[in-house]
Design a protein around this ligand. Structure first.
Ligand SMILES: Nc1ncnc2c1ncn2[C@@H]1O[C@H](COP(=O)(O)OP(=O)(O)OP(=O)(O)O)[C@@H](O)[C@H]1O
Length: 217
């Protein structure tokens, strides 16, 4: 069964923009690359996949559960999905503190919290950075910390909004190495990207947006 299924979805904003998704089923352990020109609706679709942007019409299912967009169900299902923005916001304080906050909010403290922070910083190659102030990082480092912060939460679905845009080739390669192994850890990835080589390098399935709709594969 698919992890997340969108059927006959229409998403938009007052004033014009409209995106139509006839059918999209995210399967476990895959990488999906969301492509399309500027303004095609990639970020908008990611917000919907993160269960943050309620569509005008259509149905979303998480596993076999139909999303009601209400109360405890919405809060529970949102915890299974993590969205990393293109220009992520880090809180003041150390990098460790940034990772700890999300975990503490979910009741993960003590040894388990420390273990997760160590593992996820190691995964993005920033083990040495734990005590550094988060607000004094380069753009590329900030994105790596944001990725580590998301990984520490161990989501079923990780949504990445252009994680490698405007990064040097070496840093792109570091990101791709981290992303590539996520399916083996049971994490399904959907990432927006303008890099035409990325679907092949990551073994990802291409999802194309254009003309106000998700195009058939
Ligand atoms: N909060 C909002 N209110 C109204 N319109 C919005 C809002 N956010 C985005 N839009 C509009 O929706 C359309 C899709 O925007 P979106 O950011 O999803 O595109 P994108 O494919 O991610 O673009 P890019 O590649 O430039 O990041 C654009 O026309 C944008 O102006």
């Amino acid at each position: 069964m698919a992890l997340l299924t969108l059927s006959n979805i229409e998403i938009g904003y007052p004033g014009g923009f409209n995106l139509w998704v006839n059918h999209l089923a995210l399967e476990e352990g895959r990488i999906y690359i969301l492509s399309g020109p500027n303004g095609a609706g990639k970020s908008t679709l990611l917000q919907t996949l993160a269960l943050l942007n309620c569509p005008r019409r259509g149905e979303i299912r998480v596993g076999d559960e139909r999303l009601t967009w209400r109360g405890a169900q919405l809060r529970r299902l949102r915890r299974r999905i993590t969205l990393v923005h293109q220009n992520p916001f880090l809180f003041s304080g150390s990098i460790q503190h940034n990772l700890a906050m999300g975990l503490a909010l979910r009741g993960i403290r003590g040894d388990e919290q420390r273990r997760r922070i160590e593992q996820s910083l190691e995964a993005v190659g920033l083990s040495e950075f734990a005590r550094r102030p988060a607000r004094k990082l380069s753009g590329g480092e900030t994105r790596r910390v944001a990725l580590a912060r998301a990984l520490a939460l161990r989501p079923d679905i990780l949504l990445l909004d252009e994680p490698t845009a405007n990064l040097d080739r070496e840093t792109v390669a570091t990101f791709e190495e981290v992303i590539q192994i996520l399916p083996a850890q049971g994490i399904t990835v959907v990432m927006a990207s303008h890099d035409p080589g990325q679907p092949q390098r990551l073994g990802g399935e291409l999802l194309r947006l254009g003309g106000g709709r998700l195009m058939p594969a």
